[in-house]
Design a protein around this ligand. Structure first.
Ligand code: HEM
Length: 440
């Protein structure tokens, strides 16, 4: 499973609709049928976030909307939802355009690029600038970036490795603890500064600070009608953890797949050239780039960045004809369904046309779970899809990337997002940007 997570996950459905696997010392059931996965995702009261894996996540990134249990979730979700309002998304799209242009501007003809690292830098800068419109000074921004990278590098591994290992005074553990503490201090000081300033700066942090839960009086759930400082800290960390390497991984896999599929690349280039005309990608152009969106969806199906999450049953329940006692770990493993034989034609083939609306409509619920589903579906799905589409269009519009020697595209299992180990690609120029493009 750790050596070749996708082959392992893809083979599970051959063994049944609900398959038991071992995650370290814990036995977990994996739904491999879309109906069963859909039930797990949508019945989040019975299949709750909890148990040993989530205890470990909470001890690191806190109890934000992505890790809190069912009884706290609805309130938290109502409070973070305004952060992703379409009007705010338009502003974040401006940041996405700028970062996509900056990334493609800095490359030179004939250069070898470590694609995931480059995209990760752009995606992390995008999420940081969307969270904090306030210009962080260069030192603070670099500090944030370094701490986030250190935390993300180890977060998933810490979910599944024994706790005793994490307590040893090893350099990696010390680095991790230091990064968590630095992030906490950095976020706390920004929250204090925003509270003093009192104005809405149009960014995610302002939205979190000003959010009010209008239904709070009717709720038996704990917590007030707004987020306190600790909760805001936990939401910010959740966004940083959820919103950077997932996008970088999705676009990296898309570029890898396109390099292997010249017809799809040629079609994508035609679409991007027709819409962008060799100029920079713009947020408003996403609806005109349907094939680019299909390529991203297909990359997410074959290589879902969030490939392994867990739930724990809160009561005795039946799933796929099996009785599960309370406390059973259930693994939400999207590739076990995404690569299921019989659900998709040639499930291992890269076929962006699966996502033509008339074909996608015929898929059952639960067939595509790269963003999860139900009440706990990714809050940043539109953000992530917009950003991935813009990044891919920006790269493909200007550069032809070809895989270079020294690549190792085996997916890393224990990273926060399923990503290639090292995807090296050589750049060749397609369109040089004009000075006028640069100013617009
Ligand atoms: C292509 C990019 C992305 C993918 C594939 C992705 C995937 C996911 C998945 C699978 C979940 C559900 C996990 C579970 O059910 O256990 C999730 C949750 C979440 N994601 Fe994303 N995500 C992406 C981008 C983003 C971005 C850009 C943000 C924010 C800026 C974000 C914020 C969140 C949050 C807050 C949650 C928790 C939602 C809740 O529990 O209510 N994600 N994401």
């Amino acid at each position: 499973m750790m050596r070749d997570p996708l082959r392992f996950a893809g083979s599970l459905s051959d063994r049944g609709d609900l398959v038991e696997v071992r995650l370290g010392p814990v036995r977990a059931c994996v739904p491999c049928h879309p109906d069963l996965l859909w039930r797990v995702l949508t019945d989040d009261r019975t299949f709750d976030k909890g148990g040993p894996f989530f205890d470990r996540v909470r001890s690191t990134i806190g109890n934000g909307v992505g890790s809190c249990p069912y009884h706290e979730h609805r309130r938290q979700r109502r409070l973070i939802q305004p952060s992703f309002h379409p009007e705010r998304l338009k502003r974040y799209a401006t940041v996405m355009e700028q970062e996509a242009a900056a990334l493609t501007d800095e490359w030179e003809h004939g250069q070898t690029v470590d694609v995931y690292r480059a995209l990760y830098g752009a995606a992390l800068r995008t999420v940081l600038r969307s969270l904090f419109a306030t210009r962080l000074d260069a030192e603070a921004a670099a500090g944030f970036r370094e701490s986030v990278e250190t935390v993300l590098d180890q977060l998933t591994a810490r979910m599944f490795l024994p706790r005793t290992l994490q307590r040893l005074p090893l350099p990696a553990n010390r680095r991790f603890d230091r990064a968590v503490a630095e992030l906490r201090r950095g976020i706390e000081s920004l929250v204090a500064e925003y509270r003093r300033g009192g104005t809405d700066r149009g960014d995610l942090l302002s939205a979190l600070i000003t959010a009010r839960d209008e239904t709070a009086h009717d709720q038996a759930a704990p917590g007030g009608d707004s987020l306190d400082d600790t909760e805001i800290h936990d939401q910010v960390l959740t966004m940083l953890a959820a919103g950077s390497d997932s996008v970088a991984a999705a676009v990296s896999w898309a570029l890898y797949l396109l390099d292997r599929t010249p017809e799809a690349l040629a079609r994508l280039q035609r679409e991007v050239d027709a819409v962008l005309g060799g100029g920079p990608a713009r947020g408003g152009s996403v609806p005109e780039l349907p094939y680019t969106g299909q390529v991203i969806m297909e990359a997410l199906r074959l290589y879902p960045p969030g490939w392994l999450f867990t739930r724990v049953t809160t009561e005795r329940t039946e799933l796929g004809g099996h009785q599960l006692p309370p406390g059973t770990t259930v693994a939400f493993c999207a590739p076990a369904v995404h690569r299921r034989t019989g659900l998709y034609d040639h499930p291992d083939a890269f076929d962006p046309d699966r996502w033509l609306p008339e074909r996608a409509r015929t898929l059952p619920k639960g067939a595509f779970a790269a963003f999860g589903g139900g009440a706990r579906k990714c809050a940043g799905d539109t953000f992530g899809l917009t950003e991935s589409t813009l990044l891919l269009a920006a790269v493909v519009g200007r550069w032809r990337l070809r895989r270079a020697p020294g690549s190792d595209v085996r997916p890393v299992a224990l990273s926060t997002a399923l990503r290639p180990r090292r995807l090296l690609m050589e750049t060749s120029t397609r369109h040089a940007r004009t000075a006028q493009d640069g100013q617009s």
